[in-house]
Design a protein around this ligand. Structure first.
Ligand code: MCA
Length: 531
């Protein structure tokens, strides 16, 4: 925005010059608010040495079509120098349906890979040593199912589950707010999430059990302050749920992870990341009494803001992505996905995906940003902005608390309507030209260059259905039925559902069958519309 006093995205006024007295008096006392990298309150980063020892994980989100096609893309990404995998699943998988169900029609393999059973999972990771790579899976309501399939395939490869590293998104609360792939009602979703925490603590201790996500709220229009406030409030709800179920905070909190967006408003984004770390450390220490330093560390993945990319003059997106990636790195991210410049149009082409990764590599290996930790520390501007974003986020978190916590606020439609209000304001500012989007409402060209997008093969659905028919013909149905019945009985009681679920998946029950078994006990969530 141009002219007059500038407002930050989070709403506070940005001063044209920051001076020492703009920084909160306390900020001048470093141990309490800024401190040392790797030390409470972790404002300067979670590790003492940060990127000087090891750059962030370059983790490009990818997956489309069949497991075979996605496997080929993962091999290309590894060859291009990516050092973490990130799986995108198609919508039927994310909603817990098989590819041959009526409701899946038209969506199989579209926004990610179609996974129906352990056989697809085996193909997905063919030739990838799961003991050596860390894998993130963007899966929420059926997170337990895909996690167990991953474990089963890793065990087939001879990998000890205790050594497996990776993350499941598993953040259903934000699905009710912004993303939409929920299945069960909140209470049952929280029980399943707690079961996952407990199972991972026992069996997969190096696995990050949840990726509490603000990214999708930001894509839906949330400001930076709203993004971190509602995400941290969801985090608090998960911690309360697990403690209420009898888990000790230091048993599961070290494996909670976060996921945020990074926009082109670089200074405010850096402030946002620093503020989020500080708030979380305090909450974990003061409200939940966590004592393990790892329980206090907010570790996060970042994806550059897809919502800021334009279909017009798509190459300009490379510049946006570079600025967004810089903000994430200045902000101390642990893992990063840089969007491809063509993502506003279609699934990324191979060339665009490679360029996106190259952007990270230039920052990591050609710039001097990995030479020192948190270079913005002590900047009057960034320290003052960190305080401002923190104050704005804490005010919103109090409003969530006043409504009874994240779940109660979701049921009242609070977070969703706050975000929609901001989204509406943003669109008005873009339409009115007050908010400049290069190539869209200013600096446009008369004729856009033609662009050939990547298309997903439409015959995938038939191929998946044929594979499912073959699987159902071959497997021992009695074994599957018995295992699913055991899962249903456990879901009715209080036992951990992941153990019978694993037995069903090993017997080749499908993703849809397992999710239907749980639906039969827990039902499905129907949102109450709030206007
Ligand atoms: C939009 C789209 C959609 O809607 O569909 C999506 O959602 S896409 C969403 C895609 N989501 C994702 O890709 C989420 C990715 N998330 C993650 O990778 C994780 O949750 C993460 C954020 C915690 C990052 O994990 P990571 O393994 O990559 O990185 P870490 O920071 O944990 O580092 C790996 C190991 O190296 C160690 N390590 C790293 N750096 C240092 C350092 N400087 N000094 C000492 N140790 C270090 C860590 O302690 C850790 O070991 P140790 O573990 O032993 O301590």
């Amino acid at each position: 925005m141009m002219g007059g006093a500038r407002r930050a995205e989070s709403g506070f006024e940005v001063r044209s010059v920051y001076r020492p007295d703009d920084v909160d008096a306390e900020a001048a006392a470093p141990p309490e608010r800024v401190g040392e990298p790797g030390k409470y309150p972790f404002t300067r980063g979670v590790y003492p040495t940060m990127y000087t020892q090891r750059p962030w994980t370059m983790r490009q989100y990818a997956g489309f079509g069949t497991a075979t096609e996605s496997n080929a893309r993962y091999h290309q990404l590894i060859k291009a120098g990516t050092n973490g995998l990130s799986v995108a699943f198609d919508l039927p998988t994310q909603m817990g349906y098989d590819s041959d169900e009526y409701i899946a029609h038209g969506e199989v393999g579209k926004v990610g890979v179609a996974i129906d059973s352990v056989e697809d999972m085996r193909t997905l990771f063919n030739g990838i040593p799961l003991g050596e790579v860390s894998t993130s899976m963007t899966i929420n309501a059926p997170a337990s199912v895909l996690l167990l399939l991953y474990q089963i395939v890793a065990e087939e490869q001879g990998v000890d589950p205790a050594k497996l590293t990776g993350t499941i998104q598993n953040d259903v609360l934000k699905e009710y707010i912004a993303r939409g792939t929920y299945i069960y009602p909140p209470a049952h979703s929280l029980r399943l999430i707690t079961d996952i925490f407990a199972y991972c603590n026992d069996v997969l201790p190096k696995w990050n059990t949840i990726s509490i996500s603000g990214y999708h709220m930001a894509e839906a229009g949330a400001t930076p302050a709203q993004e971190i406030a509602f995400t941290l409030a969801n985090g608090i709800e998960y911690v309360r749920g697990a403690i209420a179920a009898g888990l000790s905070v230091d048993a599961f909190a070290p494996r909670l992870a976060f996921f945020f967006v990074s926009r082109t408003s670089l200074l405010e984004e850096v402030a946002k990341f620093r503020a989020a770390r500080r708030i979380w450390a305090k909450v974990m220490k003061e409200e939940f009494g966590a004592t393990n330093p790892k329980s206090l560390m907010l570790r996060f993945h970042t994806q550059t803001a897809g919502v800021q990319l334009t279909a017009q003059q798509p190459e300009v997106n490379m510049v946006r992505v570079t600025i967004q990636a810089l903000a994430a790195v200045f902000g101390g991210t642990q893992s990063l996905h840089t969007n491809s410049y063509d993502e506003a149009i279609a699934l990324p082409t191979e060339k665009a995906a490679r360029l996106a990764l190259r952007t990270q590599q230039v920052i990591a290996f050609e710039s001097d940003l990995t030479a020192t930790v948190d270079p913005f520390a002590g900047s009057y501007t960034v320290e003052a902005m960190t305080d401002e974003v923190e104050a704005a986020a804490l005010a919103l978190m109090s409003k969530v608390e006043e409504r009874g916590g994240a779940v109660a606020a979701i049921e009242q439609g609070f977070q969703k309507s706050e975000i929609e209000e901001t989204a509406y304001q943003n669109s008005r500012e873009i339409d009115g030209g007050e908010r400049v989007v290069v190539g869209l409402n200013r600096f446009t060209v008369d004729v856009e260059e033609p662009y050939e997008p990547l298309r997903v093969d439409p015959t995938i659905e038939e191929a998946q259905a044929a594979r499912l028919a073959a699987l159902r013909a071959e497997r021992d149905d009695a074994e599957v039925t018995a295992a699913l019945a055991e899962l249903v009985e456990t879901a009715k009681g209080t036992g951990n559902v992941l153990y019978p679920m694993k037995r069903a998946l090993v017997a080749r029950a499908t993703v849809g069958e397992v999710c239907h078994a749980l639906r039969s006990v827990w039902g499905t969530y129907v949102p109450s519309e709030v206007f």
